[in-house]
Design a protein around this ligand. Sequence first.
Ligand code: CU
Length: 160
Amino acid sequence: MTVNQVHRVLCLQAALLVWASTTGCASDVDSENTDLAAEDGQIASSELDEKGMTAAPAAPVRRVEVTARDFRFTPNRLFAEPGETLIVSLRNAGTHPHSIAFELPGGTQGLRRPLQPGETARVSIKVPRRTGRFVYYCPVADHRARGMQGMLDVSRSPVP
Ligand SMILES: [Cu+2]
């Protein structure tokens, strides 16, 4: 490296330092302004995210579609992992009203009202935190006795 080259490098570094310090000051001011501007929206939503994460660190959502006919569910076997939220979309393809109810350790969960033929509705099920097999059935009239029931298989590694 010649003396001339060294001189140029030093000048360049000095220039960069000046540039960095001035832009550094400028960007401080900019970020303060941005924070103030975002105070209402972004900060509030990041607080919500934190609360959500502490309340449910690993509660993935699984979606399934179930068809109700006279008098069976398709499929009649569902799979989930412990602690998941299972969102069941139930379609009534039968000619009678149908519904769905899950018999779980914490109590029965399911649709609040039966679906008329042709109707579809979603219901969110809190899957038990322990593994096991749990029955779901149609709570309308004697439909369960006529075969409208299935099995929710809760295991650490569900098949499909
Ligand atoms: Cu039914």
